[in-house]
Design a protein around this ligand. Sequence first.
Ligand code: GTP
Length: 519
Amino acid sequence: MRVKKPTSKRTTTRMREGIKKKANAQQRKNRKNAKKDVTWKSRVKKDPGIPASFPYKHRIIEELEDQRRVEREKREELKLQKQLEREEALARGEAIDDDMEDDEEEDGQGGLAALLESAQQAAKQYDGDDDEDEDGMEDEDDEDVEYDIEIEDDEDNSEIDKSRKAYDKIFKTVVEAADVILYVLDARDPESTRSRKVEQAVLQNPGKRLILVLNKVDLIPTNVLNQWLNFLKSSFPTVPIKASPGAPSANSFNKNLTSSMTATSLLQALKSYAAKSNLKRSIIVGVIGYPNVGKSSIINALTNRHGNNSKACPVGNQAGVTTSMREVKVDNKLKVLDSPGIVFPDEIINTKKLSKVQQQAKLALLSALPPKQIIDPIPAIHLLLKKLSKDTEMADGLKSYYQLPALPSADLNEFAKQFLIHIARSRGRLGKGGIPNLEAAALSVLADWRDGRIIGWTLPKASKATADKALEDYNADAPKSSLRGDKEPPKVEQTTIVNTWAKEFDLDGLLGDNFGLEA
Ligand SMILES: Nc1nc2c(ncn2[C@@H]2O[C@H](COP(=O)(O)OP(=O)(O)OP(=O)(O)O)[C@@H](O)[C@H]2O)c(=O)[nH]1
């Protein structure tokens, strides 16, 4: 017969106390030895940093920065990858992996969440403005606010913001609802804020009209503006505008194109179309474009309601302020629809096969991303410096605005690094041990660029023929998207469009051939 082994681990008190005593003695010994060890003290000494007199200090700092940069890039690649997986999962309607959600919460960088957050903040502020309005003087146009509409009744804002598909949906809704589309482009880079898909989608609807509105003309020189107007006019009727109110600053361009003058011209064009169209109802004008190109500012200029207490649409210098559609009544014949900014990355980015980092850089430079959503602002600075260094006027503007010393490098990467170190030092963006925080410096430069404190522009590169070829290629290759629908666009000669539409809006009569600009 087998005897069962005892399962209890009980030991005698004597044995337990003996073990305790021995363990305590060992710990005491360890502590004593640690005190004797000189390396122990030096370990807790604070790092004094690199002495200022050290001749190669800047090199060491640069090496450290390089290391930090490489690590940061690795982290960002990983983050982007996770974000993409998450978006794909969302698009497929799959439940999101908890890990991914946690990650996003941890670093607080959920791109779309950041976009939403900035939008909500601006909206809150705007609501505050409205409250003030209520308890004070009543605006005679306040009835417009009653026209505010949320497009997706069954979806909350976060859902609208979370999905690019939803942006597509909003765009489709604007095109369907509007008789005239004002397609707003940033005068500093019209081609990058323009999408052939948008134009094609409008052309699919024979009754719709599209006008290109070149905004922020105060930020580009007259000869550049003229070139763009001539270039764009060959595709669609084009109107220049300065939508933001306020007197021009010392370094503004095209001072004769004031906000009220340009807005009045645009308004008259719309009114003349409304008068000529035989509609028994008021015409609806949809305003679309990239984030931050100034759509809401244009509506405020059209309704002449710029003041804080009477804004028709909220305006902010960060992308993503407008999160839902808003209908504003201009008069009995005219209603204007504001819409959230739309980015078409497949249009501007995929065709050029850019990496994720480059895509972000390009969008950041178009000011189409809220700062919180910019994972690494440094590649955008590289792009900006490359752009500005191509023209002596732009390069001089940069140099004088930042009071740049002679930066000795001809290599762009090296130049960018030295430039950011200079900005970080002069603006006090320093980290531990006095190491310049290049990311913070880069973000502050991007804000200067977004708000027009640094001057810069692009010139129309492609000829009309190249643009038409690009459109042809796109039509041949691109898969059918929600924007294109299944219908083929009607074959209409562009010159016919330009001439007929310009007449309907009486543009030549209103603005003259050269928009009152010197040749
Ligand atoms: N210099 C200059 N700045 C302008 C002009 N029009 C608008 N802005 C500025 O551009 C920024 C964006 O303007 P918004 O009207 O909010 O742009 P939006 O397209 O509605 O932006 P989202 O809501 O993100 O889609 C604001 O800081 C405006 O002051 C202009 O003609 N010149």
